[in-house]
Design a protein around this ligand. Structure first.
Ligand code: GLC
Length: 684
């Protein structure tokens, strides 16, 4: 769905929004009737701290250096709720109460899609076939410790103080008291903070960006020597995730809440790239807080949040992953702080729905995977990952699992919830069946017949065996396997992409056996994937003609550099999470120890180059925030492995059953039921 006309508009167009506020509260839920905006113009700013935003969607007014009022946007979410499904329950009053209400059930909430907040380990009800029981009862982490307190004890007699929110912090701002908002009666873990960690906390805090006096995110890099920061001085959605987790795990929820709120509002921008409007649910890749004079005055100025939806980004890449990360972070915020009220708010529910609508809209697709352009995720330049790249699929799966937990079921959402469930089942089946590669599967591909025309084809995508790359033949270990990078008609991208494989583990996109297999492969191929700096973004690098054709001769993505086989320390936190989930703590410890030896000395580079990750990347930023935050998050998780359960998913038996039922109803019984069974049995 797009909003508003866009013919002839050549750049991103800020919406004219009404802004209202007070220093202590935000009020969302209605926007002025479009037909009569003048009613709002007529109010003076000082009267009601109300103003029309003509330069940006959100702003905050200052008088000289002093904020005259904390202002916020009344966005159109309350109004945009139209149609039979919403009007019965969500009028203005309800929106308003929905925001203000702290307790659940203020809105007309009939149910929550699935109460995953209290995981059940029971499987009998959902498992009909023996094969399922055998495979999915194989254990794995099932920790339900929701709220732990991390108490960090400083040695050396450092002073303990309180920050302005009442959290006990040490000199680097680390929470050494109780986690705010968390259940305080639970296990306490004591540990000593190393010098590197203290420095890292300080750097992370220095990277915090404020808007109207409140923290709202962290800049991508804070390198004082960088003369050309490009957009590294912005808050990137994906980059903020490890920062958010570090803060959350340290008991600091405010910055994350603010981030979620403000990015939610940016989602509603009417955006155009040349004459074209991308979908309404699109989340920006990044945003910047800009300062602008207010009404031409040099006495007062305003802060404006200025998002980039890809219209300024190098290559004009669409940030498909931003919305997925936003949903993942929203769920993590609820799980860690216990503040589920945020995700239950009308505006947040609408935000989730807009993102899902974009992802689930009908197209020409034959597959349940998301079809995207090149550069639509962490790899945001041309790297030959257009189509159905693993990273997007794994994040999509995780975001759908989050949505399944967070969506409130009512008449308005029941179809969406059903679509989410169906997509989850279909997606996991597709990925497990067709993306998985191990020695056995590669041997099968090696012997494929081609040009099979029938619904019973074994080689469904018409893969020609000659495309199995020579490096893979020797590289694939006897034990273990991985999800390949991409799958299209007659094309398999056999490169190993780390982020997608780690998220397959974290979200349980893979089966238990596949997830174990991925870690086995990383262990077996440690010298290639971890080497001297965890972890390679992908393996192997594109070289020679392939590099020329696929990257477009990109000098930043030369072989074994940056996205093309470079090593990215930020991947460490996801590796740590995956290892903890699979009970392989020692692997994560080894990787973190390796990083710890170098990252701080090297001034927290964005990435490393060379086959072994030996050199700091040739164009690498220093003091890269997600390197710092990823390291801190890994450390906290290693110290408190129980926390991992708040950020991971176990197998969902309901979804598996949906998949089997769907397959058996397709009329392709022979092929499909056999496929379902074979998928399961092959994992045993
Ligand atoms: C680079 C990375 C991207 C990251 C951005 C900011 O463009 O490819 O993933 O979000 O830098 O750090």
């Amino acid at each position: 769905m797009t909003s508003g006309p866009c013919i002839g508009i050549a750049t991103m167009k800020p919406r004219c929004s009404i802004i209202i506020g007070s220093s202590s509260s935000l009020i969302y839920g209605f926007s002025p009737p479009k037909s009569n905006p003048s009613a709002f113009h007529n109010l003076s700013k000082s009267q009601a701290h109300m103003s029309i935003d003509r330069s940006g969607f959100q702003f905050c007014v200052y008088d000289k250096a002093q904020p005259v009022g904390y202002t916020c946007v009344l966005n159109r979410r309350g109004f945009s709720l139209s149609g039979s499904n919403r009007d019965q329950s969500w009028g203005f009053t309800r929106n308003f109460r929905g925001y203000k209400g702290r307790s659940r059930g203020v809105l007309v909430i009939s149910n929550v899609a699935s109460d995953f907040r209290n995981h059940s380990s029971s499987v009998e009800a959902n498992v009909g076939e023996k094969g399922f029981e055998r495979i999915y009862l194989q254990g794995g982490l099932n920790l339900n410790v929701e709220h732990l307190v991390i108490e960090r004890i400083e040695t050396g007699g450092e002073v303990v103080k309180e920050d302005n929110s009442g959290v006990q912090v040490d000199e680097s701002g680390v929470n050494i008291g109780d986690l705010r908002g968390l259940n305080l009666n639970e296990k306490k873990v004591e540990r000593e903070l190393s010098k590197i960690e203290k420095d890292a906390w300080k750097l992370l805090r220095d990277a915090v960006v404020t808007y109207c006096g409140s923290p709202v995110g962290t800049v991508a890099a804070n390198d004082p020597a960088d003369k050309q920061p490009l957009n590294y001085d912005q808050v990137f959605i994906r980059d903020f995730v490890p920062s958010a987790l570090a803060f959350l795990l340290n008991g600091e929820g405010e910055i994350v809440k603010n981030f979620l709120l403000h990015t939610l509002q940016l989602q509603s921008w009417e955006k155009t790239v040349d004459c074209y409007c991308p979908g309404q649910g699109l989340m920006p890749a990044s945003f910047k807080v800009r300062t602008a004079p207010l009404d031409g005055s040099d006495e007062a100025f305003e802060e404006v949040l200025d998002p980039d939806f890809g219209e300024s980004a190098i290559g004009r890449v669409a940030p498909v992953d931003s919305g997925l990360w936003w949903i993942i972070l929203l769920r993590a915020y609820g799980k860690i702080t216990g503040d589920y009220g945020l995700q239950e708010r009308v505006d947040f529910q609408t935000g989730i729905r807009l993102i899902l609508n974009l992802c689930l809209s009908d197209g020409f697709d034959m597959f349940p995977t998301l079809l995207v352009t090149d550069g639509s995720c962490m790899i945001d330049r041309r790297m030959g990952i257009h189509g159905h790249p693993l990273e997007i699929q794994a994040l999509f799966y995780a975001a759908l699992r989050c949505s399944r937990e967070m969506l409130i079921v009512n008449d308005a959402t029941k179809n969406l919830v059903a679509a989410v469930n169906n997509r989850l089942s279909a997606l996991s089946f597709h990925m497990r069946e067709y993306y998985w590669a191990d020695l056995h599967k590669i041997n099968e591909i090696y012997r494929y017949n081609t040009e099979e025309y029938s619904t019973d084809a074994i080689n469904k995508f018409n893969i020609y065996p000659d495309q199995i790359p020579s490096w893979l033949v020797d590289w694939i270990p006897d034990e273990g396997g991985y999800f390949i990078g991409n799958l299209q008609p007659a094309h398999m991208d056999f490169r190993f992409f780390t982020l997608g494989n780690l998220w397959a583990i974290i979200s349980s996109l893979g089966t238990q056996k596949q997830n174990e297999g991925i870690l086995n492969l990383i262990e077996a191929k440690w010298d290639d994937l971890v080497a001297q700096m965890p972890l390679k973004i992908c393996y192997p690098a594109l070289e020679y003609e392939e590099w020329r054709i696929i990257t477009g001769c990109d000098p930043k993505n030369t072989p074994w550099s940056y996205h093309n086989g470079g090593s990215w320390p930020t991947l460490l936190w996801q590796f740590t999470l995956a290892c903890i989930k699979m009970g392989r703590l020692e692997l994560a410890q080894k990787a973190v120890a390796l990083a710890e030896k170098r990252v701080a000395v090297d001034q927290w580079p964005e990435y490393y180059d060379t086959r072994n990750g030996r050199f700091i990347g040739k164009q690498s930023r220093l003091f890269q925030t997600w390197t710092i935050a990823g390291f801190l998050t890994s450390k906290v998780l290693l110290e408190n492995p129980e926390k991992a359960s708040l950020l991971c998913w176990e197998e969902d038996y309901e979804l598996l059953q949906t998949c089997v039922c769907a397959l058996s109803k397709t009329g392709r019984r022979k092929c499909s039921r056999f496929a379902a069974r074979s998928q399961i049995h092959s994992q045993l």
